[in-house]
Design a protein around this ligand. Sequence first.
Ligand SMILES: CC(C)(COP(=O)(O)OP(=O)(O)OC[C@H]1O[C@@H](n2cnc3c(N)ncnc32)[C@H](O)[C@@H]1OP(=O)(O)O)[C@@H](O)C(=O)NCCC(=O)NCCS
Length: 151
Amino acid sequence: MSARRYRIQRLRPSDYDELLSVWKRAGLPARPRGRDSRPEMARQVGLGTSIYLKAVLREDGRERMVAVVLGTHDGRKGWINRLAVLPGHRRRGLGTLLVRELERRFRRLGPDIVCGLVETYNQESMAFFAKMGYVRHEDIIYYSKRRSERT
Ligand SMILES: CC(C)(COP(=O)(O)OP(=O)(O)OC[C@H]1O[C@@H](n2cnc3c(N)ncnc32)[C@H](O)[C@@H]1OP(=O)(O)O)[C@@H](O)C(=O)NCCC(=O)NCCS
């Protein structure tokens, strides 16, 4: 099946349960008591700095989510977060479709640089970003500060 069978739409607060299911089935961790909680996601989806997209497949008269990406822009850079494609739908260009759409929307908003963080174990994701033309930086260490372990 080609990527043309899929449609890209904005994520809505009502997609919450399906979103968590896609992340889980794609093997991505979520923080349902922290920044991925239902109220927190509903807040984030409505922000002008969020471009949260889903890919849906229409089958038997209903649509289901098969991939997702959370795009955020801070006015300076665009960020690709939590990209996930369901295992049965990989290598069909869906990740490419979502990231290209995100890049297009970032361009309209201003940032000329788009970035993503990849954990060192994640070879698939590294191969994906390399194929998408992203430059790998070996000289950067990620720092964060959390108000709680749940965030
Ligand atoms: C990484 C991921 C999003 C890629 O999604 P996808 O829809 O399969 O990607 P695409 O079909 O658009 O792949 C584009 C290109 O990326 C590269 N690529 C993608 N997955 C790859 C893999 N497992 N191994 C090697 N190269 C891969 C290939 O060059 C591919 O082109 P090709 O199929 O013509 O060879 C998907 O594997 C996934 O959801 N992984 C689990 C969640 C995750 O790790 N997310 C990233 C968090 S940073």
